[in-house]
Design a protein around this ligand. Structure first.
Ligand SMILES: [Zn+2]
Length: 103
């Protein structure tokens, strides 16, 4: 077994777990419900973790994680306003949809 990932953000952790499940990577979550259950556990020990059943999956899992993080980063792109025509464009577009001015 090998510890693969840990995050305070349980939503992100779940996304990572789901991604691994979808890819058929055998894994499980540790410490999922420990937060809030006790204030006595030091935070770094109470962090929810994803473990791989087998360390040989690590390189595949890391590749998938990188991809997921790239996707999440792209989704975070904010809207931008075209400097030429003042049209609002979504973050993923590099050119203004109205006048083709570049971002
Ligand atoms: Zn424009």
């Amino acid at each position: 077994m090998e510890r693969f990932y840990s995050d305070y953000n349980q939503i992100k952790l779940r996304q990572v777990k789901e991604m691994l499940d979808d890819a058929g990577v055998p894994c499980f979550i540790k410490n999922e419900f420990i937060q809030g259950a006790s204030g006595e556990i030091p935070p770094h020990e109470a962090l929810p973790e994803i473990w791989l059943n087998d360390g040989s999956w690590a390189s595949k899992a890391n590749k998938l994680l990188k991809q997921l993080e790239d996707d999440l980063a792209n989704m975070d792109d904010v809207e931008w306003v075209c400097s030429s025509c003042n049209e609002t464009n979504e973050g993923q577009f590099m050119l203004c949809w109205q006048c083709q001015e570049s971002k």
